[in-house]
Design a protein around this ligand. Structure first.
Ligand SMILES: [Zn+2]
Length: 209
């Protein structure tokens, strides 16, 4: 679908809940309230999520990634922002949000980078700046087809900092849509630290457990 057609559709087709198909929003209040926040560890990286990759969240992420419904990013980014706000309220300090960027070729094929859309939505809700400091240099074999060890190998060195000191001294919230083994986020976190970040915390919409 062309960008213009997709943008027009987002304007004229009223949103429906990804979980229960209720009209009015991309994710209704009942389906939002059904999400239980999750936290996992991927090596030395803590990853916090709005919920598990199941039910309405899984459906919403699928629609965002594969059905060109980019309006969903606002809703899902809002969920991530709520998760983050809860952490900020109890003393966490974050300076910037950084998207775990898609490979440019894949972003062009899809028409957008969902990690960037989510990061923009999170930034809008939290007031933190978005710093697109990472570039994905290898698209990799689609992760779905690989086991855990192969995913790690597939992703090692997959991200590079855009500039060397882009994140110097910053406490970074690294944003992605979903994490399974944490391999993508760990590769992105390594590049975030290489760009000078003082600390990195992963924030995703959903954890696939
Ligand atoms: Zn719903």
């Amino acid at each position: 679908m062309s960008l213009i057609v997709a943008a027009l559709r987002d304007l004229f087709v009223p949103p429906r809940c990804a979980g229960c198909d209720a009209p009015g929003s991309w994710l209704c209040i009942a389906c939002r309230d059904g999400c239980e926040p999750v936290q996992v560890r991927a090596g030395n990286l803590v990853v916090r999520a709005a919920g598990s990759h199941a039910g309405p969240l899984r459906d919403a992420i699928h629609r965002l990634k594969y059905r060109d419904e980019r309006g969903i990013a606002t809703e899902l980014g809002g969920l991530v922002a709520e998760r983050m706000a809860a952490d900020l309220a109890v003393g966490a300090v974050l300076d910037a949000v950084v998207p775990a960027a898609l490979h440019p070729a894949r972003a062009v094929a899809r028409g957008y980078d969902q990690a960037r859309l989510l990061a923009d939505a999170v930034a809008e809700r939290t007031g933190l700046p978005v710093i697109p400091a990472l570039r994905r240099v290898r698209p990799g074999t689609p992760q779905v087809r690989l086991d855990r060890a192969a995913r790690e190998a597939n992703l090692r060195g997959a991200f590079v900092p855009v500039t060397r000191h882009a994140l110097r001294g910053l406490r970074v919230a690294l944003i992605d849509d979903v994490t399974t083994t944490g391999a993508t986020l760990r590769a992105a976190a390594a590049a975030t630290r290489a760009a000078g970040a003082r600390s990195v915390t992963g924030y995703v919409v959903a954890v696939d457990e």
